[in-house]
Design a protein. Sequence first.
Length: 369
Amino acid sequence: MLELDLSADIQALRTTYDTISEVVDVETLRAEVARLEEQAADPDLWSDQENAQKVTSALSHRKAAIRKVSGVGQRLDDLEVMVDLANEMEDEDAAAEARAELASLEKDVADLEVQTLLDGEYDERSAVVTIRSGAGGDDATDFAEMLMRMYLRWAERHGYPVKVMDTSYAEGAGIKSATFEVDAPYAYGVLSVEAGTHRLARISPFGSADKRQTSFAAVEVIPLMEEAKEVDIPENDIRVDVFRSSGPGGQSVNTTDSAVRITHLPTGIVISMQNEKSQIQNRAAAMRVLQTRLLLLQKEQEAAKKKELAGTITASWGDQIRSYFLYGQQLVKDLRTGFEMSQPDHVFDGDLDGLINAGIRWRKRSDDE
């Protein structure tokens, strides 16, 4: 006789889900959706395209958050019905389906729980990710491209829109650098734990000696700021260069000099943009990213000064955060959390949630200590 009893597991999930719902506050989200829908229905909204995009993006983000939380609640209700039917009909296939759904719900509830830990000033914003190759020659530029694909596949798995803003191709394999935007609620809070130096160890496909090669790439993550009014950038503090957008091998993509490179002379920060069709649009996008970086730099300097005055100048985050081993024991290991995955090919194909969630939990514990 079939006796499927998942009541304790379902009750544990319900307790966690109820806490999540209280933190997320779906009713407040619904009120915000109603307000944004009213703005979106205004026929004059698109007379200001930048504001219109801001409104529609916020509306989309909040609707997605409601669907995610409400969907998990409905699935918990459905799971209880599935268990009852499996027991009533003594159906092993239905019981197996219920167990599989329980496992899926446990993962989704854990993901939602992690999101409640994202309470930083900019965590709920979209993210701008920049990847730069480091030491290691062709292996490093190839590694940088592998990381870019990894994050793009991760975003694709979650249905997050991505816009590649700039790519600098290497003369040999891979890329020197790339910048892309992930437009999703809490993208910055989630992806910010990926910032730091990543290390790849493998038998190089570019050498003939079959020796192990170690290469590095840096990942930078900043929040997307619609406006950064706190930072004033005088015109004489920047140098603006225009050039022709190009793809791999220097092949022309755009026959006009629409790409823009802005250098902030006091800090040496360089921002390049070539995704948009016009020079004006690329310059505006580059200035927005520059303002964001300067704002964050300003805040970092203020925080560092406070730590120095308090007598604590040791950073809590190490520069090298993760190692990817593609020889011998296939392994990806996060050096901060100790979290490991034994299938690097899955990680490079975008299976990052375990690593990211462990990083968010680790960061929260570190902040609370």
